[in-house]
Design a protein around this ligand. Structure first.
Ligand SMILES: [Zn+2]
Length: 104
């Protein structure tokens, strides 16, 4: 009997929403929704002297803190498992989208 492989599932649509704009204190909140699940992240821009813009990103309620760098492709990095495995992640893509749309 032939083995029929299932087609790869499509990547779920992912959206990011700036739910609280960084004010004078520089701390904001965004929400990433993917596959019907939403997670909130508190973020703060931090100085970055090696290229790109740096952010401390904390997934609210879980305690994971990631240092994310966004810029040219060679300037992008993140400490999360997604980036370590795929060289891209929701944190970088989300922050890039917020920057590209003038939100932050
Ligand atoms: Zn990441």
């Amino acid at each position: 009997m032939p083995i029929v492989s299932k087609p790869a599932s499509p990547t779920p649509e992912r959206t990011i929403t700036l739910t609280f704009s960084p004010g004078e204190r520089g701390v904001g909140v965004f929400r990433i929704t993917a596959g019907g699940k939403s997670h909130f992240y508190t973020f703060c821009e931090i100085p970055c002297h090696i290229g790109g813009r740096g952010y401390a990103v904390h997934r609210t309620g879980v305690g994971n803190l990631y240092h994310v760098r966004v810029g040219t492709p060679s300037e992008c990095s993140c400490e999360c498992m997604g980036f370590l495995r795929h060289s891209k992640c929701r944190h970088i893509l989300g922050l890039q989208a917020l920057i590209a749309n003038g939100k932050i």
